[in-house]
Design a binder for this molecule. Structure first.
Ligand code: NAD
Length: 480
């Protein structure tokens, strides 16, 4: 069967598909390596045009009543839900993730963000500050043009998570998806237009890092929201500083998942699997350092191995498939290098390994904290298990990393759960759960893992700024 997912054109600017004028950007289906679409990058002039168009469109968009803006977003959410099947299939072709996952986790979560921020738009108000005779008030204003730059693991969800709060607050956006997964953002642009978004408010440019850099440096851009690696985040944050632009940085992690001796073992094993093997392990917040209490280590590993053996690996479009390929040969090679380093450093391979072609099986190591597989983000299906006996010691070890995206713990002891969570250096934490990120809850990291928060009312602050107005109610008492 020949698969095709060719869009009308590579870019979407000013309410229209526009062909890119830059380098070729082939889109490959990760499962077969077959080319499913042939795109072109945006030229520097096209990036500039998209930003200019966005700056113009933003003024009118911001002038609408917030409830009208909100209505457009909730309508877009409804369209996404109606077309979820077709959109999820495209997401699977773009990313290689099993259709079983994309049907429930990708566009569905994007629709939830549009719905949430659509509803929130009209509730954002300022403050009235009494000052005796005089008074002051605040207005929460949009920033202007926001640049969104995405990673490849949840391309459509990322596009929605960034655009929903931005647009709700009256900003315009120019979005650059990852060069690996450029297709979903184009669908979002079409859907937003159909839902009533004025032309030019949401634009899509395509390209590799250099196109992203051109976007970050455009003079119209007031804010940059990036989802990507720490290395890219450092470059983008530095470039944004030049123009004093606001930033949201959703970066990488090497998050701890701590399983105490009193944990419900089946739940802890299930969560550890979800925290390492969902989306073939390509999730930023994954709990890749699984600290298991010495007393339950053997039982934990035994159950883990038995359940991993039941994972159905294969064709992502088969509804029975639970585990798909890695997004690209380059990413698979990086993961294999990390697995090789684990083996050569003496970590014990519990199951899995390098695999073949596009597939890397769910892999588990028993390792020690100093090994590279326990320190560096792999962004693939590689779980590193470590053991502990003492609570204070495991907290210290969990925090002994530059990252701080997420953390999880499993225990039945209520006081311990909250005591330990309070001490973990992570932006997003779970107790007796892992990797659940409902839109109602702020999501983001501390330390090298990022700045700012996505989702929830907290995101509103990252897509707006305060204007303060002092109101003089009497004469001006000048001493001169
Ligand atoms: P990446 O850093 O290679 O690329 C991310 C995006 O940045 C891409 O669109 C890329 O084209 C662009 N880019 C690269 N160089 C740029 C530059 N100089 N200026 C502007 N843009 C530039 O990341 P990736 O490989 O696509 O994704 C994997 C990484 O993303 C992992 O580290 C993962 O943890 C992280 N991630 C974080 C989150 C989160 O929410 N915290 C979510 C998903 C992925």
């Amino acid at each position: 069967m020949t698969l095709s997912a060719q869009p009308a054109a590579s870019l979407f600017i000013d309410g229209r598909p526009v062909e890119g004028e830059g380098a070729a950007l082939p889109v490959l289906y990760p499962y077969t390596g077959e080319e499913i679409a042939s795109l072109r990058e945006a030229s520097v002039a096209q990036v500039a045009r998209a930003c200019k168009v966005a700056a113009r469109a933003q003024v009118e968009w911001a002038a609408l009543a917030p409830v009208e803006r909100g209505r457009v977003l909730t309508r877009a959410a409804a369209i996404i839900r109606e077309r979820n099947e077709e959109l999820s299939r495209l997401e699977t072709l773009d990313t290689g993730k099993p259709i079983q996952e994309t049907l429930v986790a990708d566009w569905e979560s994007g629709a939830a963000a549009l719905e949430f921020f659509g509803g929130l738009a009209a509730t954002v108000t300022g403050q009235m500050i009494p000052l005796g005779r005089d008074w002051a008030y605040t207005i929460r204003e949009p920033l202007g043009v926001c640049a969104g730059i995405g990673a490849w693991n949840y391309p459509s969800q990322i596009a929605c998570w960034k655009s929903a709060p931005a647009l709700a607050m009256g900003n315009a956006m120019v979005f650059k998806p990852s060069e690996e997964t450029p297709l979903g953002a184009l669908k979002l642009a079409e859907i937003l237009l159909e839902a009533g978004l004025p032309a030019g408010v949401f634009n899509v440019v395509q390209g590799r890092g250099a196109v992203g850099a051109a976007l970050v440096n455009d003079l119209h851009v007031a804010k940059v929201s990036l989802t990507g690696s720490v290395a890219t985040g450092q470059k983008v944050y530095a470039a944004a500083a030049e123009g004093m632009r606001h930033v949201t940085m959703e970066l990488g992690g090497k998050s701890p998942l701590i399983v105490f001796e009193d944990a419900n073992l089946d739940d802890a094993v299930g969560a550890a699997m979800l925290a390492n093997f969902y989306s073939s392990g390509q999730i930023c917040s994954n709990g890749t350092r699984v600290f298991v209490h010495e007393a339950i280590r053997d039982a934990f590993l035994e159950k883990l191995k038995a359940r991993i053996a039941t994972i159905r690996i294969g064709d992502p479009l088969d509804p029975e498939t639970q585990y798909g390929p890695i997004v690209s040969p380059a990413q698979a090679a990086k993961i294999r290098t990390a697995i090789g380093a684990g083996e050569s450093e003496g970590a014990a391979l519990i199951c899995g390994g390098a695999g073949e072609g596009a597939f890397i099986p769910p892999t588990v190591f028993a390792a020690s904290d100093d090994m590279s597989i326990a320190r560096e983000e792999i962004f693939g299906p590689v779980m590193t298990t470590l053991t502990f006996t003492d609570e204070a010691d495991v907290i210290f070890r969990a925090n002994a990393t530059g990252y701080g995206l997420a953390a999880g713990i499993f225990t039945q002891d209520l006081t311990r759960a909250h005591r330990v969570i309070a001490k973990l250096e992570a932006g997003t934490c779970w107790i007796n759960a892992y990797n659940l990120t409902p839109v109602e809850m702020p999501f983001g990291g501390v330390k090298l893992s990022g700045i700012g928060r996505e989702n929830s009312a907290a995101a509103i602050e990252h897509y707006s700024q305060l204007k303060t107005v002092y109101v003089g109610m009497g004469g001006v008492d000048a001493p001169y």
